[in-house]
Design a protein around this ligand. Structure first.
Ligand SMILES: [Zn+2]
Length: 453
């Protein structure tokens, strides 16, 4: 028997939905709360944020009469945000407690800036408090392997949320030296770890990480846009723990949704965020069960409301009820990023997700990079660099065998439009930590491919 997600009771309290509303009644009550909050958000943003004053000028007051009316509201894109971040500010600069600057990897474009008031940050701490009660209980210890040095950084907010349920948490920071982090985890006596998939894999695959053995770490929470299943399985095998995934970005206010004990899709933070899935080409809403791009609207943020923000993440709403028995919707684990597929011609797309699933199955592999360029005659050249465990990485034939498991690579080579022109395995040192940046396939000539992540 799987326990019901603690997010349900929390969302009921925030949205004012009593225990008498169950099943369809709950869904209707939540929809009514969201509709009211969306109308409030649109009115607030239009009154206070220059970008929305301009972009929503022609909408009537209380513009939505049903949630389906959201389809008429224009999207907000990452480009809108990087072009003029302060155009989204809905309060005075003096009321901003924290600014997060995001530079997208490999892009020379302007950085996105996200503004949060104290009240906005409190909403995040509250979500972390209730969301983490899925994984840990009072008296336990959590090692947070995310940036936590600065006040109001993600690690700091998480530690504060956990403190409210009498869980002792320490933000050790992103993993620089996996062996040392493993020793810190062991001496702290952590029951739960929170971190980035490739970084936790490096900890688990270090000698000190493996020495922790099974049964001491009970749960791991992986937080990023895409969690390779091959990494989750490896962590389960090494530590005998349960691996949960969290979905959230800086734009969602760091928290977005978290899996319940059924480990089958995230329950979403629906009192603070309204999620939609839309066709990534046409922008039209997708029916539940259909894959599309995740779009969200903030319902409670004051500093910087976002309306129909396109995340670029590809996922779907699961149409079936969750095994935990909650009436909350579920979003399936994110499949990858829009525009992060490389078209190798002949209808064949290569995605980072497929590469991840093939390569992370190699037991001595810690991370990899792939870059693709297009030479004369349109032929694609692929260079793969693999980071192996210290002194003992996978062999080149092993890496090659896994690469050939990827359909787009196999077809590309067979049909003569792709070469693997370089393959290197490094087992010394370690690449710098990638932090929480979204991973992408690097193309040396994005223009000719048109699809660099
Ligand atoms: Zn559930």
């Amino acid at each position: 028997m799987v326990g019901i997600t603690p997010l349900e009771a929390w969302i009921r309290r925030k949205a004012g939905i009593g225990p008498e509303s169950t099943g369809e009644g709950f869904a209707q009550a939540l929809a009514a709360y969201q509709l009211q909050s969306l109308n409030d958000t649109i009115a607030y943003a239009r009154r206070n944020a220059p970008f929305y004053r301009r972009c929503l000028a022609s909408l009537p007051e209380a513009s939505l009469s049903t949630l389906a009316d959201m389809a008429r509201i224009p999207f907000t894109t990452a480009q809108d945000l990087s072009k003029n971040p302060s155009g989204f500010l809905a309060v005075s600069q003096d009321d901003i407690a924290r600014i997060v600057t995001l530079r997208s990897s490999g892009s020379t474009g302007e950085a996105k800036r996200l503004f949060f008031t104290d009240q906005d940050l409190e909403l995040t701490v509250d979500f972390f408090h209730h969301g983490m009660s899925t994984l840990v209980r009072s008296g336990q210890r959590v090692a947070v392997l995310l940036p936590g040095e600065l006040p109001d950084s993600v690690g700091d907010l998480l530690v504060r949320g956990l403190g409210r349920m009498e869980v002792q948490a320490v933000a050790f920071g992103p993993v620089g030296d996996p062996g040392r982090t493993a020793e810190q985890i062991a001496s702290f006596g952590a029951h739960c770890l929170v971190g980035i998939p490739t970084q936790l894999l490096a900890v688990a695959r270090s000698p000190s990480g493996a020495a922790i053995g099974k049964g001491r770490i009970e749960s791991v929470l992986l937080s990023t846009d895409y969690v390779p299943a091959a990494i989750a399985r490896s962590l389960e095998e090494v530590w005998g723990c349960r691996v949960f995934t969290h979905y959230g970005t800086t734009e969602t206010g760091l928290g977005g949704g978290v899996e319940c004990a059924a480990l089958d899709g995230y329950h979403l933070r629906e009192a603070d965020l309204y999620f939609e899935v839309v066709d990534d080409q046409t922008g039209q809403p997708c029916a539940d069960g259909r894959l599309g791009e995740v779009v969200f609207t903030t319902l409670t943020r004051r500093g910087m409301p976002l309306i129909r923000y396109r995340t670029g993440d590809i996922a779907r709403i699961l149409p079936e009820a969750c095994a935990c028995g909650s009436a909350l919707r579920r979003m399936e684990r994110v499949r990858g990023r829009r525009n992060n597929a490389i078209h190798l011609g002949a209808g064949s797309d290569l995605t980072l997700a497929e590469m991840d699933e093939a390569l992370f199955r190699l037991p001595d592999l810690l991370d990899y990079r792939v870059s693709i360029s297009q030479g004369k005659g349109g032929r694609f050249r692929m260079v793969v660099e693999v980071q192996g465990t210290e002194g003992d990485g996978p062999s080149e034939p092993e890496v090659l065998r896994q690469l050939m498991e990827v359909e787009a690579i196999r077809a590309g080579i067979a049909n003569g439009y792709l070469d693997i022109s370089g393959l290197g395995v490094s087992t010394e040192g370690r690449w710098g930590t990638t932090g929480v940046a979204k991973r992408t396939i690097v193309t040396s000539d994005p223009m000719s491919l048109g699809h660099a992540g």
